[in-house]
Design a protein around this ligand. Structure first.
Ligand code: FPP
Length: 249
């Protein structure tokens, strides 16, 4: 049997596969520090785990995979780390575009992209248009994203419509607000995976995660494989989802 973890065959028992899986990819810096490497080396290695998660999710039948790649707060990191991350995201968009399209993976990049450099935005436009219509899986890359900002920009959009006389404030309900979030039209995540053993939401999808099951993996993101994703899904399958109601078991 191969010892390469990326070649490991993953078995999933019969059970519900989450329709939407969201991932907080954490631990790149610690992975690099453990090896005496600069932080950007951890991010570069993290790109392999991104491939692994995408392929694994698509094989397991996940419909939507949402990856937290860069938060609004990450703009406060040292300039060289921000530049390295932006270069990696652009490299990723350029180098994976064709393969993602061939696999039928439709990519959307969600967040405040106005802060990104023009070349990165061009690469994002390209990956979105080349992969558009892919029916195998939807991949959301959350870049320059924060949950609170997502809600705020939705509120601003609703307020503008009220100001224009197009919307009655009394008609604002959960669905109307959801229609203005970056994730408009998508179901909420069923499962959130966070790596590196941290128990935090870190301002990620605060509205959308209201009833999401959470799996914390001890693995640092660059070491994450499809077997770890499979373990998260097995953990999910053991949960009883009640959405605030009483048990039906
Ligand atoms: C968190 O680790 C990770 C990030 C801030 C960036 C995630 C980026 C990648 C995985 C690379 C490329 C992504 C794509 C979609 C191509 P951290 O730096 O906070 O780690 P630490 O907590 O150990 O310091």
């Amino acid at each position: 049997m191969s010892t390469d973890p990326t070649q490991r065959h993953v078995h999933l028992p019969d059970g519900p596969i989450p329709r939407h899986v969201a991932v907080i990819m954490d631990g790149n810096g610690r992975w690099a520090a453990e090896r005496g490497l600069p932080r950007h080396a951890g991010h570069r290695e993290g790109m392999k785990a991104v491939r692994e998660a995408i392929e694994g999710a698509a094989e397991m039948g996940v419909g939507i995979l949402t990856l937290f790649a860069f938060s609004t707060e990450n703009w406060q990191r040292p300039r060289d780390e921000i530049l390295a991350l932006m270069a990696l995201l652009k490299l990723y968009a350029e180098s994976e575009c064709e393969e993602l399209a061939e696999r039928g993976i439709e990519v959307r990049v969600l967040g405040d992209l106005s802060r990104m450099d023009p070349e990165s935005r061009e690469a994002i436009d390209e990956i979105q248009s080349v992969t558009d219509g892919g029916g195998a899986m939807r991949l959301n890359l959350m870049i320059s994203y924060s949950g609170r900002e997502d809600i705020l920009q939705a509120v601003r959009a609703l307020a503008a419509r009220v100001e224009a006389g197009e919307l009655d404030p009394a008609a604002i309900d959960q669905e109307r607000l959801e229609d203005e979030l970056f994730t408009a039209g998508l179901p909420d995540p069923d499962l959130l995976v966070r790596t590196s053993g941290e128990f935090r939401l870190s301002n990620f999808m605060l509205w959308q995660l209201a009833y999401t099951e959470i799996h914390i993996s001890p693995v640092l993101w660059p070491d994450f494989t499809r077997a770890d994703l499979s373990e998260a899904i097995l953990d999910y399958q053991r949960r009883e989802r009640r959405f605030g109601r009483v048990s039906t078991r």
